[in-house]
Design a protein around this ligand. Structure first.
Ligand SMILES: NC(=O)c1ccc[n+]([C@@H]2O[C@H](COP(=O)([O-])OP(=O)(O)OC[C@H]3O[C@@H](n4cnc5c(N)ncnc54)[C@H](O)[C@@H]3O)[C@@H](O)[C@H]2O)c1
Length: 366
């Protein structure tokens, strides 16, 4: 049987999410007798979880640039420690400098410690294109901080210029943005986005319960979802100006599941605060209020506690393999089923069961 080729992936933003992704793969590799849990598909068109090869990384942290990826994932302020650093295999792939642009917010600046660069964005652009070429990178995946609008657009343009597929895990609207989506379609380059859904995260739980209440004929009157955590992602989101697109992404993801939209002042969905000692633990508090038969009121409350990084890694592994399938088949532009299934703010919203079926049909080649 012929082995599938490796999927060559370049990483932008070597933070906690990427650290969890890599340490998780190593966790399973160390004991391959155990069942892999945490991914939706073990196998996607012949691609398994070990078929992803991280060939280059890009960051702005002075303590990450120049290290190998496997070292950089342990550098401060990252805090994922599922595999001891000295048990992580050596790797050749390196972390290179990315232009900072608007990537580093005021709250995280003294933790990230961005490199004092003597290179212009134009110089870095040329260097990056060369690295993508030399490493044979096929897909770029972005785990930039929330609010990195310019940096995300920089990386989208790099993908367009180098014919590299793009998986955009953050709420900057590229796959779902009309102008950018069109550019990827015109060049025939696959893109999956925007804003990765968790495996069992706040958004998917909220969407599912809202849809349940909707489909069972209740009248939903108001709802909120509050999230708190203690990592740099949450610290960064203390800067309200960086949050606009995150709020839209999360709120629309819930609104899209209702036959009748709620008025803006009857729905609140958003990251709400930074509690340092929580680390990568994310707490979500959700409430739905509505009415049933004879206008009798009801309400429900959910408290979800998850490791935020374990929640996203498996979904990204599916996204990378779906992007690779599109590359193999010469399919370009925003991948609608994969985006609807895996992302909070896709070009087209579906219910989650519809998105699952559409995605599976895409994998079958229909
Ligand atoms: N469950 C989840 O964890 C989840 C779900 C959805 C979306 N996201 C999003 O994924 C993103 C990454 O989350 P994280 O916890 O890894 O964040 P993080 O703060 O740990 O990592 C961000 C990394 O980006 C780097 N960076 C900053 N500016 C850069 C630039 N211009 N170019 C390259 N690198 C730059 C930082 O140095 C840091 O290493 C966030 O936007 C987060 O909201 C995460």
């Amino acid at each position: 049987m012929c082995m599938p080729e490796k999927i060559k992936v370049g990483l932008v933003g070597i933070g906690n999410c990427f650290s969890g992704l890599l340490q998780g793969i190593e966790y399973y590799r160390k004991d391959s007798s155990q069942k892999v849990i945490g991914v939706i598909h073990d196998d996607l068109s012949g691609y398994g979880i070990y078929d992803i090869d991280f060939v280059c990384g890009f960051d702005v942290g002075e303590n990450k640039i120049g290290k190998t990826i496997n070292e950089a994932i342990y550098a401060y302020p990252n805090m994922v420690d599922w595999i001891p650093k000295d048990e992580m295999p050596k790797a050749d792939a390196k972390v290179y400098e990315s232009p900072a642009l608007d990537g580093v917010g005021i709250w995280v600046e003294n933790r990230v410690k961005p490199i004092k660069s003597n290179k212009t964005t134009e110089q870095l652009t040329e260097e990056i294109k060369q690295i993508i070429k030399d490493t044979g990178t096929e897909i770029i995946v972005s785990y930039l901080p929330v609010g990195s609008e310019k940096a995300t657009q920089f990386w989208a343009q790099i993908c367009l210029d180098t014919n590299t597929a793009f998986v955009n895990c953050i709420p900057s609207f590229i796959a779902s943005g009309e102008e950018w989506g069109k550019k990827f379609a015109e060049k025939g380059i696959p893109i999956i986005g925007d804003d990765i859904k968790g495996q069992v995260g706040a958004t998917i739980v909220h969407r599912t319960l809202i849809r349940l209440c909707n489909d069972r004929g209740t009248k939903i009157e108001r709802t909120y979802q509050i999230n708190v955590g203690g990592n740099t992602d949450f610290l960064n989101m203390k800067e309200q100006e960086r949050l606009a697109s995150k709020r839209i992404s999360k709120t629309e993801s819930v609104q899209s599941q209702l036959d009748e939209r709620l008025d803006d002042d009857q729905i609140y969905v958003g990251p709400s605060d930074f509690i340092p000692f929580l680390g990568n633990t994310k707490l979500m508090f959700m409430r739905i209020e509505g009415r049933q038969w004879a206008n009798i009121p009801f309400n429900m409350e959910v408290r979800l506690e998850v490791d935020d990084k374990a929640n996203s890694a498996g979904i990204v592994i599916d996204a990378l393999r779906l992007a690779k399938i599109a590359l193999d088949r010469g399919i370009g532009g925003p991948l609608i089923p994969a985006s609807a299934y895996l992302m909070k703010h896709p070009p087209k919203q579906m219910t989650d069961p519809q998105a699952k079926v559409a995605c599976e049909e895409f994998v079958k080649g229909n």
